[in-house]
Design a protein around this ligand. Structure first.
Ligand SMILES: [Zn+2]
Length: 140
């Protein structure tokens, strides 16, 4: 726990103790819970860059479309060809806009279809394997 939160909590409790009588136990408990609350509040990581407000949280990836953050046009999927028209590769585009490497640059509906197709394919592939490994797969 960072000292800054403890100090802040102490200040608050001191102010409280000056306006009403508190037992030692009360004070200790209040400091503890306050400092926990304070440190919890600031536990949220802040966005790293200042102009992140300009970038939508979903990075332009919506259910039925994915918006190119370079030109604002919407597509079913962002093709390499399109990104190349901005002088970017898919990797560079992701890096530029803070998109995770694993995130597909396709609309969510298409991602879902792809996932299902992939699952189907994997089921076919795994048909030869033992039932035990199939069970493990289903769990994960
Ligand atoms: Zn574009």
């Amino acid at each position: 726990m960072a000292d800054i939160f403890l100090q802040e909590a102490l200040e608050i409790v001191k102010a409280q103790a000056s306006v009403r009588s508190m037992s030692e136990e009360e004070i200790v408990q209040m400091v503890r819970s306050l400092s926990q609350t304070l440190s919890g509040l600031s536990g949220e990581p802040l966005p790293p860059d200042t102009d992140s407000e300009a970038v939508p949280k979903n990075k332009g990836i919506k259910n039925a479309s994915v918006t190119c953050l370079e030109c604002g046009k919407s597509f079913k999927l962002l093709t390499k060809k399109h990104l190349a028209s901005h002088g970017l590769t898919a990797a560079e585009y992701r890096e530029k806009w803070g998109i995770k490497r694993k995130t597909a640059l396709t609309c969510k509906a298409l991602q879902k279809t792809r996932r299902e197709k992939m699952k189907e394919m994997q089921l076919w592939k795994k048909k030869g394997k033992s039932a035990a490994s199939k069970k493990a797969e289903a769990r994960g």
